[in-house]
Design a protein around this ligand. Structure first.
Ligand code: ADP
Length: 308
């Protein structure tokens, strides 16, 4: 099974003609609420894929005792995510993202972490058996770093593979101790620059960045370059996966669906280049649909696109 250890948010997205300036009020044409948070998105996407291939997926994290917490649980249900390790946290509201999108698809996003930031290392100790029971652990950077580190260490100790998504881009350098627990670190272009100082414009840049991430402690690196493809390296094995041609309309959560696909393929025991191809197919399909978790592709669609 796969476990995602991380953030759960409710995204409140308003569509307005333009973004408000400081002190100004604009009227939106409408709004939607949906499931978000990288931990939840990756769990939902992995679980949707898992339903097509018999893999169970769980999500561990914290929500509030408020109605948004109940919404988050309800929204996870149709994906088949095991939510028994979601803890309600009195005194902390469920995490939210307040998103405004204008007519040109430009956006502003304010994230209030709420209960996500109330996670602590004691949670990880309580979840040790879940982490041990998982083949693959999905981690991101939307909960306290100390908790991500503790979860990664618990996984490593148990022989559970760790896929670390260094997103959102960290404000400061990631501790070497965290990188050393990562079977794969999976930065996008801006995260790659932040971590390595190299902006991956070409395959050669990405190869250099991947080697550097290994020198920093990661066993493997997968450098996501949006519509320009993916470069991967584990040990001495490396390669480039060309992008799938799709009609992209919304790149929200493409990275989350990519990581979910990578976790599923690795857990199924596919070879590394096939794993990355499968993941790239998931990311590409996610861009053909609007929304975060709701944009996650189904097993048959990914199999159809990738031929795997
Ligand atoms: P993030 O969402 O973290 O910024 P990317 O934008 O790199 O990450 O997207 C993740 C992955 O999704 C890419 O590596 C690629 O495999 C796939 N992807 C994203 N955008 C496209 C696109 N326009 N066409 C094809 N594949 C895409």
């Amino acid at each position: 099974r796969i476990l995602s250890y991380g953030s759960i948010n409710i995204d409140v997205t308003a569509r307005a003609h333009r973004l408000p300036r400081p002190g100004e009020t604009v009227h939106a044409d409408g709004y939607e609420t949906g499931l978000g948070g990288k931990g939840a998105n990756q769990a939902a996407a992995a679980s949707r894929l898992g339903q097509g291939c018999g893999l169970a997926v769980g999500l561990a994290g914290r929500i509030g005792t408020d109605s948004f917490g109940a919404d988050a649980r309800r929204l996870l249900t149709p994906f088949g995510v095991d939510t028994t390790a979601l803890r309600e946290t009195p005194g902390h509201p469920t995490g939210i993202a307040l998103i405004t999108v204008d007519a040109a698809a430009e956006n502003t996003i304010t994230v209030a972490g709420g209960a996500n930031m109330a996670l602590d290392e004691k949670d990880v100790a309580r979840d040790a058996s879940l982490i041990r029971a998982a083949s693959t652990l999905l981690l991101q950077l939307e909960i306290p770093l100390a908790v991500t580190l503790a979860a990664a260490e618990a996984a490593r100790e148990a022989g559970t593979s760790v896929i670390l998504d260094p997103a959102p881009a960290p404000a400061e350098a990631l501790p070497e101790r965290l990188l050393r627990q990562a079977d794969f670190i999976t930065p996008n272009e801006s995260e790659t620059r932040l971590l390595t100082g190299i902006y991956p414009e070409t395959e050669a840049d990405a190869a250099r960045a991947a080697r550097q991430l290994q020198a920093m402690g990661a066993a493997g690196a997968v450098v996501k370059m949006g519509a320009r493809g993916v470069f991967y390296r584990r040990g001495e094995e490396e390669g480039f996966v060309a992008p799938f041609r799709v009609e992209a309309i919304d790149s929200v959560a493409a990275g989350d669906c990519f990581n979910a696909g990578l976790a599923v393929a690795l857990t199924l025991g596919l070879g590394l280049s096939d794993c990355v191809r499968f993941a790239a197919g998931c990311g590409a399909l996610a861009t053909t649909r609007r929304g975060a978790a709701s944009a996650a592709p189904f097993w048959n669609d990914v199999a159809g696109l990738t031929g795997l």
